[in-house]
Each structure stands twice: as C-alpha cells, then as structure tokens.
Design a protein around this ligand. Structure first.
Ligand code: S3P
Length: 749
C-alpha cells in the first residue's frame, strides 16, 4: 500500500458506508470499497427490490436494506448514486433524518442542480456535503454491470462547497482514493461547464447521429457497412437513456451554451463544404488533428504542455561505446524551424517547409500560430505547409500562448506580438519562466510597446495590442540573436526604421529569412536595420540539419579512437560555425565536404575522424558563434590534454539552465578537474570516471554527458533527460545507431 492509500485507509477505518442507489456507479463504489477492506461495513439501499436482493449475492455490499431511515441510522458516510432527477426526492427523505456527523456525497454527473436540490432539502448550510463525480462509466448499466476496479486510474472531481467541513472532504477524497481514483477539486460551476463540453455534448451528438441514421430508409445497409469511424464515434450512443435524459435537463444552461457554439461551427463547416472553401476545411481539420494528437500526448504525459522533466522523469544509463561510425543526418535546425513557421504564417501565399524540426520547442511555435488562426498542415516527416495570413492577418488566440521550454519562442514572439492589434499573454515551462526578459521588454518599451512581465522581468509576458510602435536605434548590451530578432520583427510593424547594433556577430537567420521572404534588411557592419514592412511573400524553405545537434557527434567521433563519421546536410552558417573552429584548434579532424547554398543558408556534409585533442584558450570572437555548443565542448576539453579556458561567456548562465554550473557539477561528480569562473570555466583534461549527474532539465547538458560516457571509466547515470525532446527527439536511438551506448529508464518520446 502506498502512502496515499494508507492515509485514505486510516480515514475510513471503522466507518460504515451506505450507498443509496445500487446501479453501475453505486454498485461499483460499494464493490471497490468493500474489496479494499477499509470500511467496517458497506451497506446498500435501492428502491428496486431486485437490485437490493442481488447486491449482497454478487458480493457488492455486506448487507442491503429496504428502509432508507434504518440504513442511514447505521451509516457514517452516505453516497447518493441515484439518477439525477431522483436526487431531489432522496434528499427530501434524508432531510427528515438525523444526519449529524454523517458525511454526505454523491456520484452524479451534474453538480449545480444537485447542490441546489440539496440546499432546498437540507437548508442553506450543508457543512457535511461534499459532492463528487467520477469520470468513469460504461455503456452498461445496473447492478450486474457493477465491478470493483471501474474507477482505478480514473479521475474523480470533487466540488466542495464553501461551507464543507474538512473532515467530510477528507472522507470523500479517501473514499475515491481507495477505489484507485485520482481526486481533483473544482468549483461547482466550473465542473458543469467543463463536463458540458467534454462529456455531455459528445453524448448528445452520438445519440443524435445514430438516431438520424437509424431513421434513414437504408439504415440496414448503413449499419452493416459502417466501419471504424461510425463505431468509434457512436460507441457512447449505447449509454443509459434515462441517465442521460436526466443529465441534459440537470445541466441545461451549460449544455445549451456548448451546443450553440458547436451548432455555429457546424453551420460554418456546412457552408465551407457547399462553397468548396478549402482553406476553412483544412483549417478546421488540421487544427482538430493537432489538438487531438496533443490531447493524446497529454494523456500519455508526453506533451510539451507538461513540464516534461518533472512529470515524466527519464534517466539515461550511458556507457562506453564506439567507435562512432557511419552516416547520419541530425534533425532540422531549431532556430530556422521557429523562424520558418513565423515568417510562413505572416507571409502572403503558401510556404512549404522541409526538414522542419519536430521537437517540442518548434512544435510549440507551430501550435501558437494555429491558435492565432493560421492553417498549417503537418509536420509529416519534416514537411510543413503554411497558408500565410499576411502581416496583419493573425487572429487573437483563445488563451495564453504557451511556448514550452523555448527562449527563442518567448523572445521572438514578444517582438511580433507587440505589433499586433490584440492582447496576448506568453507563458512557458518552469525553466523558461525563470529566464531574463528585460533584454527584450526594455527596448520594446522604448519602441512604444506596452508589456509587463513577472517580478524580476521573467515570463509570463502580457503584451497589449494596438499600441503604435516607433522605430528605434538600439545598441544591444549583449550579443543575442534572440534580442536582435525580436526587435527586427517588431520593426516590421513600427513606424520608420529600426536599427540594432550588435557587440559581436550573432546568428543571422532572421535577416536571411526576411530577405528570402522579400523584406529588405540593411546590413552595415554591425548595424542591422529594417523598415515598416509592406508584406512578406511566401517561399519554400529547406531547413538544414542543426549544427548544434551535430556538435554532439563532432565531439563524440573526435574523442573515441577509430571513429569516422559523416554528418549530412549540416547548416554551416558562418555565425554558427564556432564549434568547428574551436574543435579544429583543439586538434580535431573535421572536413567540410560538398559545400552548397540551400534556401539562402550554407550547408555541407561534415566528415569527422578521431584525433588527439589538446586544451586551448577559447578565442573570444568564437564565443557567440558557439554559444549553444559549450556543454559538449566542455566534454571535448575533459578529454583533451592540458587545460582549456573559456571566458566572456556569462550568457551561458541564463540558458535553459546555468550551463557553467550544471556542467561543472557533472564534471566534478565524474572526477574531472574544473574551476568555475564568473564568466566561464577552466577544465583540465584527463580521465572521466563513472557516476551520477543531473541534466537540470537542460537538453544539451543531458546529451553532453551521453557523449562523455563514451570515454568514461564507468557508467554515467544522467537524470532528468525528458527535455532532450525539445531540440533532438530520438537522440538516443540515432546515437546508439552510430556507436553510442545509451539505455533509457522511463519511456522516451
Ligand atoms: C537563438 C539564439 C541564441 C541561442 C538559442 C537560439 C536563436 O540565444 O542560444 O539557442 O534562435 O536566435 P541568445 O540570443 O540568447 O544568445
């Protein structure tokens, strides 16, 4: 028994449970509590003599009663599980009995009507009442369908009243917990609104569809040939008609408003079919498909909307492997993938993207534009089709824009949203919610944007729409492509010219892509400018493989003797190639083959062969050009002869984790000599031991230590690796295919 179960059992010890209404739900509660052997007795009452008689025979209750008052006198906890419209008469009968100290609850599907009936019958203060609703059931009904286990791993929503006493709340929660359910609390009204949409409306549609088809003169053929779709959609039309009749009448207001919204959307779809409105049809279908996939992922705890690292822990056991050999194409570039969705959405016309990174970060960006009304098909094997809405065509999203773990998403969206007519709120996961945003909010405010952040200028960011922006001249205090891109995007909507001056060159994908979409960008040394944009023109984008993901393999093949690996179609934009330059200076053997231009970005195949590495002082000009690759470069340093020194890299402290400290902690745990500096680190190469390290939920730290394991003397256990899916889904499979040795504990994406 786990701790929750043990606590629940102690709350119910010596108590007597009475279930009033021995149907599917009541019978299953009784059977589940009885089989958990926690209550002193489980009693039953039902108006139907047959149910009363069957319940003890089936082992559902210890004893059945034919008098409600006698049963109530014996009980400590009374659960009402009668049909919704019968609740009021049962409550009336209870009102004449002594309920002092007894807990009253129910298992009905609508809470508002039940609570109103309870107040009418029992008086305004119902301190012993705690309504509940199990989100479980079956198309079958009656005591014979009741079973222990019906609620196991299901949710139960309890809706305590303001006056419900803690003791009674504890008892009701415990009751459901011993049935194996997960208990959530919700206010009564919210429960009814949510259930109207997620349960009541779908049942109404299923009943209605089957009834319509059954009335068709060809119904025999329709039902005979109806395959999976019909079966799946209409399963719930076999549910208990009386129960559902009661539910619809009890939750009338919420059901009618859900039905009205749906009827409007259905009418619009009808019109789209009649008028061959391809865009509307594809829009509805692709949004629905994405949402459905997303729901499934939430249910499997795999969605970006979860905090993946805390809800779904993954540990890697990484060990020696190699040599690293073969040919490999790592997933698409994360920076370019984000931008391809942004510009494709804002363009006029249809943009086709190939090589798109199907990682959590870029998927969050894609979903955000869908939420703002952009029709986006895919991704299917890296292919995405975006039906652009033009610079001024975005619609207000239905809620917050959730950007997951992505700093790029948060900062680029902040610039873009500042130029829209509607308000937005940008949110992210725990790591993103701690990252500094003043670097974008301050210059955006200078442009006229109205933005507010959390205390400490961290997300969420609330951005007011409809504020006129003014072009500015901005001297960036740090080298950041995200800040530069944010301001250039805001600049598209600003009056006049927006100029950003960089202290050092940073990745220029925004500039290149804006040009490719027909928007002029002036580059004059370190000054980059855009002016009010007339409009972007759709174009096709081939996203190269991400050099930041390739970096893990560049280091892996360099440090494992006998390795010889080809990394295909890697983006080698000169603002991103620091990792190649630094590794070469350390003695690595990397050959750039087949150099070509693809969609405005330089691309090549990289051949890397094992070579002895030596420590270096990392040149300052290379730091911004290798900013994301330092975690794995530190592993190269740990395998190199002599000392490697990095300085001027304080930006690493505000990435997905404090990458200087995260790496230093891990390296020290593996016996590598390091000295942490405020803006960098010194690492003395030597041997790497086995041990346990934490990735701090940072994708690149996790992958860096998987590389370290190739040269370690023992196994390295790397905790908290789920976030690898933000930039490199299926990393371990791909890596194992070329000679890594990573075992995953917990399920991977
Ligand atoms: C990125 C810019 C860099 C980089 C990040 C992606 C981008 O961040 O670290 O992974 O796509 O513009 P900074 O702008 O904060 O340096």
């Amino acid at each position: 028994m786990n701790r929750v179960d043990a606590e629940a059992a102690s709350v119910l010890q010596d108590k007597v449970l009475l279930v009033v209404g021995l149907g599917l739900i009541g019978g299953s509660v009784a059977a589940s509590v009885r089989s958990a052997s926690v209550c002193r007795k489980v009693l039953g009452y039902d108006a139907n003599p047959l149910s009363r008689q069957r319940a003890p025979v089936l082992g559902v209750v210890d004893k059945s009663y034919d008098r409600l008052d006698v049963a109530v006198a014996e009980a400590d906890i009374i659960m009402l599980a009668v049909p919704m419209l019968a609740m009021e008469s049962v409550l009336d009968r209870l009102s004449g009995l002594d309920l002092t100290g007894k807990t009253l609850t129910d298992g009905g599907s609508c809470k508002g009507e039940f609570v109103a009936a309870a107040r009418r019958a029992l008086g305004d203060s119902c301190c012993n009442l705690v309504p509940g609703h199990p989100i479980a059931g079956s198309e079958q009904s009656g005591i014979t369908a009741a079973r222990d286990g019906l609620f196991r791993d299901h949710m139960v929503i309890v809706t305590p009243l303001p006056e419900s006493e803690t003791l009674h709340l504890q008892r009701v929660k415990a009751l459901w917990q011993v049935c194996g359910a997960r208990v959530l609390e919700m206010p009564v009204n919210r429960h009814d609104d949510v259930l109207a949409m997620t349960s009541h409306l779908p049942h109404l549609l299923a009943f209605s569809l089957v009834d319509t088809l059954a009335a068709n003169p060809d119904n025999i053929d329709i039902f005979r040939y109806a395959a999976g779709g019909f079966r799946d959609f209409t399963r719930i039309a076999a549910s208990d008609p009386t129960m559902w009749h009661d539910i619809f009448l009890s939750n009338k207001t919420a059901v009618l408003s859900a039905l009205d919204a749906f009827s409007g959307d259905l009418e619009r779809l009808r019109q789209a079919v009649a008028e061959d409105d391809t865009r509307h049809l594809l829009g509805v279908f692709s949004r629905a498909r994405a949402a459905r996939t997303h729901f499934s992922r939430i249910l499997e705890h795999r969605a970006y909307i979860d905090n993946m690292s805390s809800s779904h822990p993954i540990t890697w056991q990484a060990a020696n492997g190699g040599p690293i050999q073969g040919e490999l194409r790592v997933p698409g570039d994360k920076s370019i993938s984000h931008r391809s969705i942004m510009m494709g959405s804002l363009a006029e016309g249809t943009t086709h993207v190939s090589g798109f990174l199907e990682g959590e970060d870029s998927l969050a960006t894609l979903q955000a534009f869908r939420d703002m009304g952009v029709v986006i098909e895919g991704p299917h094997d890296g292919k995405v089709t975006i039906y652009g809405v033009g610079l001024h065509g975005l619609q207000p999203p239905p809620g917050d824009i959730y950007l997951g773990n992505a700093g790029t998403g948060m900062r680029l969206f902040s610039g873009l949203m500042a130029g829209q007519k509607f308000d937005t709120r940008l949110t992210g996961d725990e790591s993103l919610s701690g990252r500094p945003m003043k670097r974008v909010t301050a210059p955006l405010k200078e442009m006229g944007a109205v933005i507010s952040a959390d205390e400490g200028e961290t997300p969420p960011l609330a951005i007011e729409g409809g504020k006129p922006l003014q072009g500015i001249e901005y001297d960036m205090p740090m080298a950041s492509a995200q800040v530069k891109s944010c301001l250039l995007l805001a600049g598209l909507y600003a009056d006049g010219k927006t100029t950003v001056t960089e202290p050092a060159p940073t990745r220029d994908h925004t500039e290149r892509m804006l040009q490719a979409f027909g928007c002029p960008v002036e580059v004059d040394g370190d000054r980059i400018s855009v002016s009010t944009c007339e409009g972007l023109k759709a174009c096709d984008i081939d996203v190269p493989a991400d050099i930041s993901s390739a970096a893990f393999f560049l280091v892996a093949a360099s440090i494992v003797p006998g390795s010889d690996l080809r990394l295909m179609h890697v983006g080698i934009n000169p603002t991103r190639d620091g990792v190649i330059n630094i590794l070469r200076q350390m003695g690595a053997s990397i050959t750039v083959e087949n150099e070509r231009m693809v969609g405005g970005e330089p691309v090549a195949d990289l051949r890397v062969q094992a070579a002895p590495l030596h420590g270096i002082e990392i040149p300052q000009d290379q730091v911004p050009l290798a900013i994301d690759e330092f975690p794995v470069l530190f592993i190269a340093a740990a395998c190199a002869e002599g000392k490697t020194v990095l300085r001027g890299a304080e930006e690493l402290r505000v990435k997905e984790s404090d990458r200087i400290q995260s790496m230093a902690n891990g390296l020290q745990a593996l016996g590598v000599e390091t000295k942490v500096l405020p803006d960098g680190i010194e690492i003395t190469g030597g041997s790497i031991g086995g041990g346990t390290v934490d990735s701090y939920g940072d994708h690149r730290i996790a992958m860096a230590f998987a590389v370290a394991a190739l040269r370690a003397e023992g196994t390295i256990n790397i905790h908290d690796c789920a976030n690898v899916a933000t930039s490199f889904p299926k990393f371990s499979d791909l890596a194992n295919g070329v000679g890594f040795n990573i075992k995953t504990i917990g399920s991977e994406h």
